[in-house]
Design a protein around this ligand. Structure first.
Ligand code: FAD
Length: 253
C-alpha cells in the first residue's frame, strides 16, 4: 500500500422521510435530498453527499436488523463524507475519537460553509459517523501466473475519490469470466488465459488507482490555483451533460 492520501470522515446518514409525497427532509434543501454533490471550497477539504434509496425488499426485517450491521439500508438516507489530507487531522488519535467528536471536528472544519451543509452534518446520528484512512495500492508488474489469481481490492485497492473501486472489481470479474469461458470452450489453455487476464486487469486496475489518487491529492491540496481549476472543471461537468457522460466513460480507462 502507498501513502495515505486523505482521510474520509463521517460516512453517515441523515434519514429521509416522506414529505409532500416525495422522499425528503423539510430541514434540508432539495439539492441535498435528491442529488449527488461534491463541494470543493476555495481553501481546503471537500464534502461529498449522496442519497441512498432502497429499491428492493429488505432481506432482514427492519426490527430484527442485527446490531453488528453498520447501516440500515432498508430506508432512504443522505450520506456525506468530508475528506482532507491526512496531515489535516489529528492522525495519532483519530481512531480514538467518538462519532460525536468526529462530527464536532467536521463542524469546526466547515465553519462558514452554507448553513444547509452544516445542518446535514449536525443533524446526523453520531453513531453513524466514523473515520476512514484512505490508502492506495502501489502498482505492481507482472508475476509468474499460477493457479491462484487476484481481482478487485485484493490487488488494486484505491481511494474512493474516483468512485470506481467496486466498478473496477466487477470489470475484473467480467474479464476473468470471459477468459475462463474461452478455456472452457477449448479456445485457450488455463495459464495463458490467466496471464492475459492479469495483464489487462493490471492495466485498467492501476489506471483507476492513479485516477483516484490524483483526485485524493487534489482534495488534500491547499493550492488555490489548482483548486480553482478543479472547481471550474466540476462546474463545467455539472452543467454540460455530454461532458459528464464523457467523464464517466473515461473513469478507469
Ligand atoms: C468510503 C468508501 C466509498 C466507496 N465508494 C465507492 C463508489 O462509490 N463506487 C465504487 O465503485 N467503489 C466505491 N468504493 C470501493 C469499493 O467499496 C471497493 O472497491 C469494493 O468493495 C471492492 O470489492 P472487493 O470484492 O474486491 O473487496 P471487498 O468488498 O472488500 O470484499 C472482500 C470480502 O472478502 C471478505 N474476506 C476477507 N478476508 C476473508 C477471509 N480470510 N475469508 C473469507 N472472507 C474474507 C471480506 O469480509 C469482504 O466481504 C468505496 C470504498 C469506500 C471505503
Amino acid at each position: 500500500m502507498g501513502e495515505d492520501a486523505a482521510q474520509l470522515l463521517g460516512v453517515r446518514r441523515e434519514e429521509l422521510r416522506r414529505v409532500r409525497g416525495q422522499t425528503g427532509d423539510p430541514a434540508l434543501p432539495r439539492v441535498l435530498t435528491q442529488d449527488v454533490n461534491l463541494v470543493v471550497p476555495k481553501n481546503r477539504g471537500s464534502l461529498f453527499t449522496a442519497v441512498w434509496r432502497p429499491d428492493r425488499s429488505p432481506a432482514v426485517a427492519t426490527d430484527d436488523t442485527p446490531g453488528e450491521f453498520l447501516l440500515d439500508h432498508t430506508r432512504p438516507y443522505v450520506l456525506w463524507g468530508y475528506a482532507d489530507a491526512a496531515d489535516a487531522f489529528p492522525a495519532d488519535r483519530l481512531d480514538a475519537l467518538s462519532g460525536t467528536d468526529l462530527q464536532r471536528l467536521v463542524l469546526d472544519r466547515t465553519a462558514g460553509w452554507a448553513p444547509a451543509l452544516r445542518a446535514l452534518i449536525e443533524g446526523s446520528d453520531p453513531t453513524t459517523v466514523n473515520a476512514i484512512r484512505l490508502r492506495s495500492a502501489t502498482p505492481v508488474g507482472a508475476w509468474e501466473t499460477g493457479p491462484v489469481t487476484l481481482l478487485g481490492d485484493a490487488i488494486h485497492n484505491m481511494t474512493p475519490m474516483a468512485g470506481v473501486g467496486a466498478n473496477t472489481a466487477l470489470r475484473d470479474a467480467a474479464l476473468l469470466c470471459r477468459m475462463l469461458t474461452e478455456v472452457e470452450a477449448g479456445r485457450m489453455t488455463l495459464r495463458p488465459a490467466l496471464h492475459d487476464y492479469e495483464r489487462q486487469m493490471r492495466g485498467h486496475g492501476f489506471a483507476a488507482v492513479r485516477q483516484s489518487l490524483r483526485n485524493a491529492r487534489q482534495t488534500g491540496s491547499t493550492n488555490r490555483v489548482g483548486r480553482a481549476a478543479f472547481r471550474t472543471m466540476l462546474r463545467a461537468i455539472g452543467a454540460v451533460p455530454p461532458l459528464r457522460r464523457r467523464m464517466a466513460a473515461q473513469l478507469g480507462q
